[in-house]
Design a protein around this ligand. Structure first.
Ligand SMILES: [Fe+2]
Ligand SMILES: [Fe+2]
Length: 298
């Protein structure tokens, strides 16, 4: 690999001035929402969210979406938070905030398609983790949602290089991370780790973001990393990738992610993977609805 291209990319990533910063509202809100649900006060969450107009609007849209069948329209932020449930607010806040960070159509990636992929990975990761009784089931949703955090870093810091990588991936029908490495010597897993460390995200999120394409190399949280890596692949195979089809035949059970998951969680061996991949189709419907409720309303 051309060291100069890689070094240039790394320099751009590390020195970028307008690297996405954690939204001002998000940090205190997330810290507060990390408390046990029974210690949370609805009014405090209302006060914090009402500081951010678009988050307020998105809570209202989501609460009134067909996903949450209400008898009456929810017309206040307090009502929306009650309808969605305090336990859900962390996911909603993160999903809404991260969505805002991806510039529209920069780098050739459609933000809606990107978030569809991220949400699909979040929902399927949690579903699978629960179904397989994995010990990290509660961390799976956020890990799935944020696994491609590095795409945001690349789109922001290396827009031209990223656009070239995506075009190459499309033309050669190869995985995005392989095309990125070919074009700029670094892929979104590596740049995601840089941004995630900058944001001081939780260690398990940094591991997933940095190692989901090479789970066997993960030094910590290997089970969670492998699960998300496997789900990422499943979603890409089901047309919920980055807006193009990869030309490869995948046998999940021969994948590095599966072998790593098995090493960490031996009980996974007994799972009915044919059924699990079949069930995934039901999720596609749910994912499309959620994306429509969250992102397609503007
Ligand atoms: Fe990825
Ligand atoms: Fe992905």
């Amino acid at each position: 690999m051309n060291g100069t291209v890689r070094e240039q990319a790394l320099r751009k990533l590390e020195s970028i001035e307008n690297m996405p910063s954690i939204p001002a509202i998000l940090e205190p809100l997330l810290r507060y929402l990390s408390l046990p649900v029974d210690e949370l006060q609805v009014q405090k969450v209302v006060d914090m969210i009402s500081n951010d107009e678009s988050l307020t609007v998105q809570c209202l849209h989501l609460a009134n979406s067909p996903l949450y069948c209400r008898w009456q329209a929810v017309d206040s932020l307090r009502g929306a938070i009650m309808a969605l449930g305090l336990g859900k607010m962390k996911e909603v806040a993160l999903a809404c905030s991260f969505m805002k960070m991806l510039p529209k159509q920069v780098g050739g990636i459609d933000p809606v398609i990107f978030w569809e992929h991220s949400l699909a990975c979040a929902m399927v990761s949690r579903h699978l983790a629960r179904k397989l009784s994995l010990p990290f089931a509660e961390k799976a949703y956020l890990a799935g949602l944020l696994h491609d955090f590095g795409v945001i870093a690349n789109v922001t810091a290396l827009p031209h290089e990223f656009a070239a990588a995506l075009a190459l991936a499309r033309a050669k029908e190869i995985p995005l991370h392989e095309a990125e490495t070919e074009v700029m010597g670094i892929n979104h897993a590596e740049s995601g780790r840089i941004l995630a460390e900058l944001w001081r995200l939780a260690p398990e999120l940094i591991a997933v973001i940095g190692d989901h394409h090479s789970p066997a190399q993960a030094k910590t949280n290997r089970g969670l990393v492998a699960l998300v890596g496997l789900v990422d692949l499943l979603c890409r195979m089901r047309g919920l990738g980055y807006g193009y089809a990869e030309n490869r035949i995948v046998n999940l059970l021969e994948e590095e992610a599966y072998a790593t998951l098995l090493e960490e969680c031996p009980l996974v061996r007994g799972a009915d993977w044919t059924r699990i991949t079949f069930e995934l189709d039901n999720y596609m419907y749910e994912v499309h609805n959620l994306v429509a409720a969250l992102y397609r309303m503007q």
